[in-house]
Design a protein around this ligand. Structure first.
Ligand SMILES: Cc1ncc(COP(=O)(O)O)c(C=O)c1O
Length: 418
């Protein structure tokens, strides 16, 4: 029997002893914390951050549509028509005609039979993967996959087998294993990896999945509204849309809102509507968010190519500018025709965590905002400054940003150089 006089171990103890607390405290003391900085304006190319004009290279507002008057009007119209919230799940009381229009238009855009809308992108991965997989199944993921994919896998109870980033030989041996075990298998990869910004090597992944009879899901969070002539993502860019079973996207980036979706066959999407707990047991997105996503989608479907060209042109320009400064950028991967696969994410390699934080702060003080990616978001010793572009950045913004990089990095002799 347990002795009730013993001092109990406090379940909150971890909040006091977490390994990162000391570092966090030191960063706070030196005003070096790169997180939770206060944005006091709309997320445009130049923002007011903590009262200072700052060039924004740390937003996922890839097409710049969060400030587009038509998208804002669509959000206002939805707010007026349906109020501030629907106060319940899609299943019971959270489905408006806007949700249905959005699902239909997303499926048309992605070229699939159906699509299901979730309240966040995170829930889309969590809800779809945990509904599809059972404990006897196997799920194989790239080690660079987003946390929401891993959380969905863990929640499902399926056997999780990660393979080293982009290592097709490892993927093949995992598939051999699950085939030998006769375990139904799903492979999940990011179309564009969120921190490094590189495009997945989709053709061999598709071949391997076909060879071993595994299903394939691609997270297009950073690909939709960006890659391919319709902006349908990495699968479109590679001409492999019909070979991929499920495609996930989020509204929090190019679609200028909050929410997410999964597109696929009617059979599987309809199954998610009744089996996905993250869909059934969570309140529906607020009407303004759904209206904004629908407004942005309509703009992308009519004016997309011009926006994609401006965005990717900006990304290529910044990447070349950083290379010309002698900085090391993450290589973006190549397309089957041998050309570089430009994405809106252009990370500068730094290496050690503290160096990345100090460089981030020096850039921030000079009027440039970037995102810091530290372990565990990246492998140990692989700290990055992640820059991301918008279609609405002007060349002048990018030249000013490059000027700041040039001035500031001179004080960092240990930075990896190209
Ligand atoms: C690759 C990837 N998948 C899923 C998500 C989750 O989307 P959201 O932030 O819209 O919930 C993100 C967001 O950062 C992401 O980068």
């Amino acid at each position: 029997m347990a002795d009730s006089t013993q001092t109990p171990v406090d379940v909150f103890e971890k909040a006091r002893t977490h390994e990162r607390l000391e570092q966090l405290e030191a960063a706070k003391q030196g005003d070096l914390l790169p997180y939770f900085r206060i944005l006091k304006s709309q997320a445009g190319p130049v923002v007011d951050m903590e009262g200072r004009e700052t060039i924004m290279l740390g937003s996922n507002n890839y097409l710049g549509l969060t400030t587009d008057p038509r998208v804002k009007q669509a959000a206002r119209d939805a707010l007026e028509a349906y109020g501030t919230g629907v106060t319940g799940s899609r299943l019971l009381n959270g489905t408006t005609p806007l949700h249905l229009d959005l699902e239909r238009e997303l499926a048309e855009w992605m070229g699939t039979e159906d699509a299901i809308v979730f309240t966040t992108g995170y829930q889309s991965n969590l809800g779809a993967i945990s509904a599809i997989l059972d404990p006897g199944d196997t799920v194989i993921c790239d080690s660079g996959d987003h946390a929401s994919i891993l959380d969905g896998c863990k929640l499902s109870g399926a056997r999780l087998r990660p393979f080293r980033h982009n290592r097709m030989d490892k993927l093949e041996s995992m598939l051999e294993r699950s085939t030998a075990e006769r375990s139904p298998t799903l492979v999940v990869v990011d179309g564009v990896f969120s921190m490094e910004g590189d495009v997945c090597d989709l053709p061999p992944i598709v071949d391997l999945c076909k060879r071993f009879g595994a299903r394939l899901m691609v997270d297009e969070a950073h690909g939709v509204g960006v890659l391919g002539s319709r902006g349908a993502g990495a699968c479109e860019l590679f001409g492999l849309e019909d070979e991929v079973d499920l495609r996930m996207g989020t509204f929090s980036k190019s679609l200028a809102s909050c929410g997410g979706f999964v597109a696929g066959t009617e059979e599987v999407i309809e199954y998610m509507r009744i089996a996905s707990r993250a869909f059934i047991f969570s309140a529906s997105a607020v009407p303004a968010a759904v209206g904004a996503a629908l407004g942005a989608l309509r703009i992308i479907r009519s004016e997309g190519p011009d926006l994609f060209e401006r965005l990717l042109g900006n990304a290529a320009y910044l990447r070349q500018g950083l290379r010309d400064l002698g900085l090391k950028v993450v290589e973006p991967g190549t397309l089957p025709d041998g050309t570089e696969a430009t994405t809106p994410v252009v990370p500068v390699m730094v290496g050690e965590d503290w160096q990345a934080v100090l460089l981030w702060k020096a850039l921030f003080d000079a009027g440039l905002y970037t995102n810091v990616a530290l372990h565990p978001a990246v492998p140990p010793g692989g700290a990055l400054l992640r820059t991301s572009l918008m279609a609405t950045h002007e060349r002048d913004h990018l030249d000013r940003a490059l000027g700041i990089f040039d001035r500031v990095t001179g004080d960092f002799p240990d930075l990896p150089r190209a």
